[in-house]
Design a protein around this ligand. Sequence first.
Ligand code: NAD
Length: 248
Amino acid sequence: MKLLEGKTAVITGAARGIGKAIAIKLAEHGANVAITDLQYDDAAKEVEKQLQDMGVKAKAYASDASKYDETQELIDEIQKEFGSIDVLVNNAGITQDTLMMRMTEQQWDTVISVNLKSVFNFTKAAQKYMLKQRSGSIVNMSSVVGVSGNAGQANYSASKAGIIGFTKSVAKEVGSRNIRCNAIAPGFIITEMTGKLPEDVKKSWEQQIPLRRGGTPEDVANTTLFLASELSSYVSGQVVNVCGAMNT
Ligand code: NAD
């Protein structure tokens, strides 16, 4: 059974990693997919083609999710091109890890802007169409460290905790219009973001995980599919940990 036939999904930061896996998973379930990333480069073109080859309408857009005006224009363009926006996945994110003692103002501002302001930018732009059609599902990519904190990631953890507060507020604000808003808190997922960590750090992460493995982008994509589709029609304002029981 396809769960998103005829729906349009917008996924930010989807040229690789978790965003790419989500785009493929939603397309497998019949969704037409608009993906964004910083550049319309080979990686973005490859995902775009892979999605089109699956028989859905798909288009990749170059977009800096942290830019407010640019985002409002982009969402208007996507609405015109696809005819609706039913699912928004705010996935784009970066890390600039360092201890507080060394963290610069720029490292703070950049991470908050890319990870948190982007969620405001896209939700604000898309909700006007969701409000009109009286339906929609928004899925925001938080992190376990947004729930629990992590030394060396004060900027990142703050941005991901901010996403949780934002998600709960939006769920309460637009629930009466049949719009749901949830967050996913992935644990240690093996992507380029985590791939740059030293091997011993990766090993020690894995040893702390009760399921004894890092998660895959597909693990997160499956949860996103659930939250994007009617399978979760009575779930809103929640944070779903996808972390192999690392956070309980
Ligand atoms: P990734 O680095 O592999 O992919 C992130 C994508 O976002 C990249 O394609 C990048 O170009 C894009 N991006 C960066 N800045 C952008 C901007 N300003 N505008 C648009 N796109 C931008 O990372 P990932 O591991 O796939 O992570 C995806 C999301 O999941 C992030 O929000 C991340 O914080 C979150 N997350 C990841 C993990 C993990 O273990 N990998 C854990 C918890 C949460």
